[in-house]
Design a protein around this ligand. Structure first.
Ligand code: NAD
Ligand code: MG
Length: 394
């Protein structure tokens, strides 16, 4: 039995992970679940999976959750609160694998803690890796942790890499990554109409059912920008070795181009239980609960170049990684603030790249050598981008 901790259990990835866990209760023992504030769903999950400990980050919600547990059949579950408790449960001795599925920078410290503790990291939380880059990879190397990508594209690339491949190592025979993108809901909208896009339109993704933040990131294509940086880090590739390919059907989840001209692709239905089950069973395989791909229903696959005029966020991600140093941290923080402001209807959809670019212009790409530098850059970039949001608020 492997002990698992799910950071962000109540989110889209967390729920899919527990669905896979339920199919393999003989292999996985749920040790810890964490939530920010959705205690009703957490309670249902606790009834079904009986973790030893949970974290409810919000203190008031944690109190409410404790009262809910008090007269229940699961009163023995320990309840912790506060952000520091996330790292505490992710590094427990009984925990072998940590599903890092908190959204955004809030997931950095517990995920990094798990990496330092040598846990198997199932990495969905791409923002944590993008903002901390080399520091995160060094923690993984130093502890000998396994780092397995959950992001469908990176999981696909991992599967297309040579046998025995490990993340953080360059496979010399792989010369290029073809990183696929659906293009999101606005791939064909006339550019001048994008200013009027509403949060409801932006979170309605054509192929994937995901949390709000990543859905907006998919609509701006910042998600692909973050994934391009994620791919450079995980597979030790240069940005120019990563070609973003718009593939609206989302059947191919990415490809690897080898020196002999071979191109390997990983395909499947667009359901996150596929990469989750792959990473959980690795290096073996087991059932994910996903229907077999019906290739006849797919019938055709299209591929297009991304248009950087339509998707300035993708250009900004290439600029951030080219600049290096703290710039990916700045990009990520400004994006989190901008997306939040858009979801709260303070700024327009087309303001998102404006906020990020203006924030990036206020920083220079100094080295990102320590965790303290990363954390203080993240805070400073949030202050700067919040000021820019205030200027743009309509
Ligand atoms: P979500 O919004 O559905 O869930 C987020 C989870 O994080 C929830 O459990 C929430 O309680 C928790 N959380 C939010 N803020 C928190 C905070 N401040 N402190 C502690 N916990 C907090 O998001 P999601 O779609 O499941 O995405 C999670 C991560 O996985 C993101 O980094 C996303 O980019 C990545 N990812 C998601 C998908 C997908 O299909 N949903 C695909 C690839 C990668
Ligand atoms: Mg992805």
């Amino acid at each position: 039995m492997k002990g698992i901790c799910i950071l962000g259990a109540t989110g889209s990835i967390g729920v899919s992970t527990l669905d896979v866990v339920a199919r393999h209760a003989d292999l996985y023992d749920v040790i810890a679940l964490t939530a920010n504030n959705n205690i009703d769903l957490l309670y249902e999950q606790c009834l079904q999976h009986r973790p030893k400990v949970v974290v409810v980050v919000d203190a008031d919600k944690a109190k409410a959750f404790e009262s809910k547990l008090a007269h229940s059949p699961i009163a023995d579950i320990k309840v912790l609160t506060g952000a520091a408790a996330l790292e505490q449960v992710a590094t427990l001795d009984e925990v072998d694998s940590v599903m890092a599925a908190i959204v955004g920078a809030a997931g950095l410290l517990p995920t990094l803690g798990a990496a330092k503790a040598g846990k198997t990291i199932l990495l969905a939380n791409k923002e944590a890796l993008v903002m901390s880059g080399a520091i995160f990879l060094k923690a993984v190397t130093d502890s000998g942790a396994d780092l397995l990508p959950i992001d469908s594209e990176h999981n696909a690339i991992f599967q297309c890499m040579p046998a025995g491949y490990r993340t953080g190592v360059q496979a010399k025979t792989a010369r290029r990554i073809l990183l696929t993108a659906s293009g999101g809901p606005f791939r064909e909208m006339p550019i001048e109409q994008m200013v009027n896009v509403t949060p409801a339109q932006a979170v309605a993704h054509p192929n994937w059912d995901m949390g709000k933040k990543i859905s907006v990131d998919s609509a701006t294509m910042m998600n692909k920008g973050l994934e391009m940086i994620e791919a450079c880090l995980l597979f030790n590739m240069l940005p120019e070795q990563i070609q973003v390919v718009i593939h609206p059907q989302s059947v191919i989840h990415s490809m690897v181009d080898y020196v002999d001209g071979t191109v390997l692709a990983q395909m499947g239905n667009p359901d996150m239980r596929v990469p989750i089950a792959h990473a959980m069973a690795w290096p073996d395989r087991f059932d994910s609960g996903v229907e077999p791909l019906n290739i006849f229903d797919v019938a055709r696959m299209d591929f297009e170049q991304p248009n950087l005029q339509r998707f300035p966020c993708l250009r900004l991600a290439y600029e951030a990684i080219a600049a290096g140093g703290i710039m990916p941290t700045v990009l990520n923080a400004a994006n989190e603030i901008a997306v939040d402001a858009f979801l709260n209807e303070h700024v327009r959809f087309t303001d998102i790249p404006v906020i990020i670019e203006r924030t990036m212009n206020k920083f220079s790409a100094t080295p990102a050598d320590t965790l303290d530098i990363i954390l203080s850059t993240d805070q400073q970039a949030r202050v700067v981008s919040t000021e820019i949001v205030a200027e743009l608020t309509y």
